[in-house]
Ligand binder design. Structure first.
Ligand code: B12
Length: 216
């Protein structure tokens, strides 16, 4: 992606400079830069903000404002994200959500809009979603895939609970489980018996395609 050499978007996100960041997003869209690459650059800013939070140089209010800033930027990107994909809603259904106890929903929203743009029907349950809710929605919607997001070490265990809840409901053979979020990885997916792990929105789309058997 071409970039304005003089503008450091990571620093601007960390500095919570909303107007400048949103202007930059508008400029990137005008240059027809790929919306997911723009989102990645913004996410790198949030990651840096998170690192500063971990080392104690920024605090919760900054994380909240950073999250809101990211959400506004993604709103600006959404039309371009949607236009970049097919509009045929017949490739399959994905139920997605952030697991119980976890309020981080920015990443899963980005995954949801990417899947939707690529022609999947997406049921987004939001954040702090109880295991039973995923089970009920998988059954109701006849989804082929459920996507589970977790960003906290304390909530990743809920991903495992949901795999077990699907088994208990007799649905495990009908629905594939895709996990993601900052604390997830392939090893964790293997350990809890999930079908796949997706590192980011593009990877999530690739994995969903494989899970539903689309080869293109
Ligand atoms: C913004 C933010 C918040 C905001 C969230 C706002 C919101 N609406 O989401 C607020 C302020 C609410 C928040 C609160 C907290 N946070 Co916080 N937060 C962050 C921060 C800075 C950015 C997260 C983010 O949105 N990134 C941008 C998105 C695009 O990236 P992403 O979520 O990772 O998603 C991508 C991939 O992971 C993947 N993906 C995501 N979901 C899914 C799902 C599927 C199915 C797939 C395939 C892929 C996938 O694709 C996405 C796109 O690329 C992170 C730092 C970090 N490095 O992650 C800390 C971080 C996650 N938070 C942290 C903590 C500790 C907290 C709090 C406990 C703080 C506190 N003491 O209260 C609370 C917990 C609240 C709760 N119960 O959930 C820690 C977690 C540490 C840990 N390992 O447990 C982090 C890592 C910060 C840090 N370095 O310490 N936080």
């Amino acid at each position: 992606m071409s970039d304005d050499a003089e503008f450091d978007v990571v620093e601007a996100v960390c500095g919570l400079k909303e107007a400048e960041v949103l202007d930059w997003v508008g400029g990137q869209l005008e240059k027809n830069n790929p919306p997911l690459e723009i989102a990645d650059a913004l996410a790198a800013g949030l990651e840096q903000l998170g690192a500063r939070f971990a080392e104690g140089t920024v605090f919760i209010p900054e994380l909240v404002i950073g999250g809101e800033l990211f959400a506004k930027a993604v709103e600006l990107l959404t039309p371009a994200l949607e236009a970049s994909g097919s509009t045929l809603k017949k490739r399959g259904t994905v139920v997605i959500g952030t697991v119980q106890g976890d309020l981080h929903d920015l990443g899963q929203k980005l995954v949801a809009v990417t899947l939707s743009a690529a022609g999947f029907e997406v049921v987004n349950l939001g954040c702090d979603v109880a295991p039973q809710r995923f089970v009920e929605e998988a059954e109701r919607s006849g989804a082929q895939v459920i996507g589970l997001s977790a960003l906290l070490t304390t909530t990743m265990q809920v991903q495992a609970e949901i795999v077990e809840a699907l088994k208990a409901a007799g649905l495990r053979d009908q629905v594939r489980v895709l996990i993601g979020g900052a604390v997830a990885n392939q090893r964790w997916a293997d350990e809890i018996g999930a079908d796949a792990y997706g590192a980011d929105a593009i990877d999530a789309l690739d994995k969903v395609r494989v899970l539903v058997g689309i080869n293109e």
